[in-house]
Design a binder for this molecule. Structure first.
Ligand SMILES: [Zn+2]
Length: 463
């Protein structure tokens, strides 16, 4: 039976985890530093945070999770990504190299998504999620596309997310680029996940409503999406003005800029996540600010596609909540943080830039963004907060303080230092070994799927 016709199985409840004491460690909450501290984890949440010896006395029989030179940070968050891109790594793109953003979509991503088959979704997601755990990422906001294998695709992603044990907001991107029927199917796929989650709630998975971008949806489709999302109480997640082509299309066809058109449809608001916002003018920044719309900044992908990057100074100055995403370019959000800092200095010619902004985006903004998307307090270590945390083995060669954590994140602390990862109180990686999936088996299966997928991409002409 294919995934397209399979009824989503009722997810098995995660096994009850015994209490756990993490430490002794240098713990960042992240804006406060506690030395020789411990984090007591129980029932998926942080029960207490404080001096390790006091917590040890309080819970003498609790098992511990320790590391040499242990530094503990809240689980990392990726505010915008695409798990479906995982099997494209290293793939040769047939034909002439793309010379602009729309050609990159037409020659790579819209060829790849059309040949994804139902059995690819789960394995592609598992590859991406294993990468996330290895990079200390415990929360992702994903955006999926597979127009010829749409039905059941989000259920497949959900199975992978629940198996690996991270936290994910899932959606399917509605677009008219594959015709009206594909757009209707995509709307229904978003609603199908939302209904399934209402019947069988998940602690790890939440639903959003995906739209590709306003240069591939008609007014009619956009109106249907906004109405369906509102009726189902789902936040929207879409690409906004990633490239100038999106702006030019909307001005030509609709006589308005991208954010203006979204505003006309009532699509902006505190539950809408607008990825990129590279080509937005001052009036659009004002609309994003006034409506409380969330923005995901993805500098590496933007540089890779040569489309520019978001006006983060203007967005932050107007009070927009901006989080950091990778757009599927990498799973490594600590690398993305380093790039987010460099791009500001490089582009402005001002080495003073990229410090306060990166703190505001990568640390504070991403936590606020995820907390709103998931309706849970994420990106902080505090009693009562979900026990999502990363343990690094970081023998710092220089003093490490709350005041210079950002300097260590930019020049030192790295995915290579990560030894343990917990999400929702469950140990997903221990001593650098994945605990919830057989990583070797996932990669072996992925290589088989990728080889077949690449053949299908080669055979299919671009549209
Ligand atoms: Zn994207």
């Amino acid at each position: 039976m294919s995934a397209a016709t399979r009824t989503p199985a009722r997810p098995a409840p995660p096994p009850a985890e015994p209490p756990l004491l993490v430490g002794p460690a240098t713990v960042f909450t992240p804006n406060r530093m506690l030395e020789r501290a411990g984090v007591l984890v129980e029932d998926g949440r942080i029960k207490a945070l404080g001096p390790f010896t006091a917590l040890r006395r309080r819970a003498p029989r609790v098992r511990t999770l320790e590391a040499e030179h242990a530094v503990v940070l809240p689980g990392l968050i990726n505010a915008h990504t695409h798990l479906y891109s995982a099997l494209a790594r290293g793939m040769a793109v047939p034909g002439e190299p793309a010379s602009n953003f729309v050609q990159i979509l037409e020659r790579l991503w819209w060829r790849l998504d059309k040949v994804l088959e139902p059995d690819d979704h789960e394995v592609s997601a598992l590859v991406g999620l294993v990468d996330c755990v290895r990079c200390g990422v415990t929360t992702i906001v994903d955006h999926h596309a597979s127009p010829y294998a749409c039905v059941g695709s989000l259920a497949a992603l959900r199975r992978a997310v629940e198996r690996v044990g991270v936290r994910a907001a899932l959606c399917y991107e509605v677009s008219d680029r594959d015709g009206v029927l594909a757009a209707r199917a995509a709307i229904e796929e978003n609603l199908r996940l939302a209904r399934a989650l209402r019947r069988h709630p998940s602690d790890g998975v939440t639903a959003m409503f995906g739209i590709h971008a306003l240069f591939t949806v008609s007014d009619r489709t956009l109106g249907e999406c906004v109405e369906a999302a509102r009726a189902a109480k789902l936040g929207l997640h879409l690409h906004v003005a990633e490239d100038g082509a999106d702006v030019r299309y909307n001005l030509r066809r609709h006589g308005e800029r991208v954010v203006e058109r979204l505003h006309r449809f009532g699509a902006l608001g505190p539950r809408t996540l607008a990825a990129h916002c590279v080509h937005v003018d001052r009036r659009e920044v004002g609309l994003l600010a006034r409506t409380g719309t969330l923005v995901a900044h993805n500098p590496e992908s933007n540089m890779g596609n040569a489309v520019g990057f978001a006006p983060v100074f203007d967005l932050l100055a107007r009070g927009v909540t901006v989080g950091l995403g990778t757009d599927g370019y990498t799973a490594d959000v600590l690398r993305e943080l380093k790039v987010a800092s460099l791009i500001q200095r490089h582009a402005s010619g001002d080495p003073r830039r990229g410090w306060a902004e990166v703190q505001a985006i990568a640390i504070d903004g991403t936590a606020r963004l995820a907390s709103r998307v998931f309706g849970s307090r994420l990106g902080v270590l505090a009693p009562g907060a979900p026990a999502d945390l990363v343990v690094f083995d970081y023998p710092s060669p220089t003093p490490l303080r709350a005041a210079n954590l950002l300097g260590h994140l930019q020049f030192g602390l790295d995915a290579r230092h990560i030894v343990h990862v917990l999400a929702r109180g469950r140990v997903l990686m221990r001593d650098r070994r994945l605990q919830t999936v057989d990583e070797g088996a996932v990669m072996e299966r992925a290589r088989e799927h990728a080889a077949r997928l690449w053949q299908r991409v080669r055979r299919r002409p671009p549209r």
